[in-house]
Design a binder for this molecule. Sequence first.
Ligand code: TXA
Ligand code: MG
Length: 331
Amino acid sequence: MSARILPATAAAIAEAAARLRAGELVAFPTETVYGLGADARNEAAVRRIFAAKGRPADHPVIVHLADAGAAADWARAMPEGARRLAAAFWPGPLTLILPRAAQVSDLVTGGQDSVGLRVPAHPVARELLAAFGGGIAAPSANRFGRISPTTAAHVADDLGDAVALILDGGACPVGIESTIVAFTEDEPTLLRPGGIRGDELARVLGRAPRAPDASAPRASGTLASHYAPRTPGRLILPHALRAEIAQLGGRDERVAVLARTLARPADFTGFWITAPADAASYARDLYANLRALDAANADAIAIEAVPEDDAWLAVGDRLARATRGEDDDRD
Ligand code: TXA
Ligand code: MG
């Protein structure tokens, strides 16, 4: 049996909600990436998420909610800064890590004293949450260690029949995962850069959230080799890219290139993608591009490095992880 992909009509969303109520898994689009959803109050259903992804059971999953008002059912406290971020960016690509409410399952929290909450903005996710009427636990709908999916076909490629139903809402408009900010210490901590930029957070909080240190709660998105293609990849500064490609080609290696400012050289024979020049469009296409580079079956992937400013922080973070080889946590 292969995965059923259904266009996200009202009838398909109603079926998806019924399947969630029955304890089954449903993949659905969000504005960031596709999520692999289960009823967050049903432990057997949440367990199925870990089995389908091949993900270790002690990794926490984000609970998706219809609105900020529902956060009180899942978090026992909402500090002032978290309240302000929720008011500014929910619904949207922001996840808040908050002190957990007592009744939240350890499977959802990974046994920690905190819970991750997000109110997504994608219309299909919102309709599904409204139809289901509760919290949906959902990590990205990829196998553990693989690139997050931004289309229904990516989900089917990765998870196949491990998921009852995939709601197809087209390509995800943000394209990289939500920004994660933890409110479990004295100060807000940025656990994962993402769809909301650091300067946007700083504007609302009055100062930038601090970077995580060893005492911060674990988010495996902050560990090294997340989001990695299988082909070995390298990040190369724009001015050095042309020479580097020539050198690899000279060693008879087949090269797959993700360029941004460099034009494809006339004599280049490998696989070439020119990514969009602006950060938002680059992010939207990034995971589909990484999958295409990987599918090119090259000996090496060469990626043109991106600028180091706020607008590119989350993209730079994903590129750094995609080109690092360490074997590590990969959610
Ligand atoms: O954009 C997104 O956030 C997507 C869509 C589907 O919403 N979801 C997503 O989930 O990226 P996932 O599980 O692939 O990544 C969430 C990260 C994980 O690294 C997890 O460890 C961390 O968030 N996380 C979740 N709850 C946490 C908690 N209570 N404390 C610390 N980290 C947490
Ligand atoms: Mg993930």
